[in-house]
Write a protein that binds this ligand. Structure first.
Ligand SMILES: [Zn+2]
Length: 83
């Protein structure tokens, strides 16, 4: 998987976060390892969001949302895994 540079996110309101939420880098899968493919290659992780860091989104508890991007055609796919 072609990896984008890792960027950690800090909430603007200063609250504590899990550290699982980030842009780029590698996904932390909590179920099966599932990187989508596009244009014949594995997509790159654009962002990983931890539901515990983003309760305002009303996502399931203990879920990670993965947003992948194809670096050839820029198509985007999202997936979610729950504990
Ligand atoms: Zn593509």
């Amino acid at each position: 998987m072609d990896q984008l540079p890792l960027l950690k996110l800090l909430p603007a309101d200063g609250r504590e976060v899990s550290g699982a939420t980030h842009f780029g880098g590698m996904p932390t899968f909590i179920q099966n390892h599932r990187v989508p493919e596009c244009c014949g290659h594995p997509m790159s992780l654009l962002a990983q969001l931890d539901s515990l860091d983003y309760r305002e989104a009303d996502l399931p508890d203990s879920a990670l949302v993965y947003v992948f991007i194809c670096r050839s055609c820029f198509d985007v796919q999202a997936d979610m895994q729950c504990m």
